[in-house]
Write a protein that binds this ligand. Structure first.
Ligand code: ADP
Ligand code: MG
Length: 139
């Protein structure tokens, strides 16, 4: 079933000029870009986006990191896009990520791990609409 997922190319990867290489990996994996833009997250946006992690010890650092520079957000589409993009990203900790994954190639630490991808259909829906209006999505 074709579905949509939400992706962030995180500040470490944008700063390291890895945006183009990551987009190429996404396209090579057969996922289609329905919308994409570069934005600077506000503190409130980052706190809201990661609200599910607000009780975690790393939350404060995570928010600081996510607002440390611009990010590239996108809406991706394809068969099983959510699981396929999670597979393409690799494990949260780049040190544990499989060969050929975005985090293995570009992740710097468990925090600065280059990318975000939605983990379920419900979160994908919420996350896409957190950053995109329907007018900003093609098709
Ligand atoms: P994922 O991004 O793989 O879905 P989580 O949802 O568990 O991982 O965590 C969200 C983000 O929080 C991670 O991508 C990473 O940037 C950061 N993070 C997760 N665990 C840690 C940790 N133990 N220490 C620091 N940052 C973390
Ligand atoms: Mg997650």
């Amino acid at each position: 079933m074709s579905e949509r997922t939400f992706s962030i190319i995180k500040p470490d990867a944008v700063a390291a000029k890895q945006t183009g290489a990551i987009i190429q990996m996404i396209l090579d994996a057969g996922l289609t870009v329905k919308g994409m833009k570069m934005i600077q997250l506000t503190r409130a946006q980052a706190e809201g986006f990661y609200a599910v992690h607000s009780a975690r010890p790393f939350f404060k650092d995570l928010v600081e990191y996510m607002i440390s520079g611009p990010v590239v957000v996108s809406c991706l589409e394809g068969e099983n896009a959510i699981a396929r993009y999670r597979d393409l990203m690799g494990a949260t900790d780049p040190a544990k990520a499989a060969e050929g994954t975005i985090r293995k190639n570009f992740g710097k630490s468990i925090e600065a791990n280059a990318c975000h991808g939605s983990d379920a259909p419900e979160t994908a829906k919420v996350e896409v609409s957190y950053f995109f209006s329907n007018l900003e999505l093609v098709g």
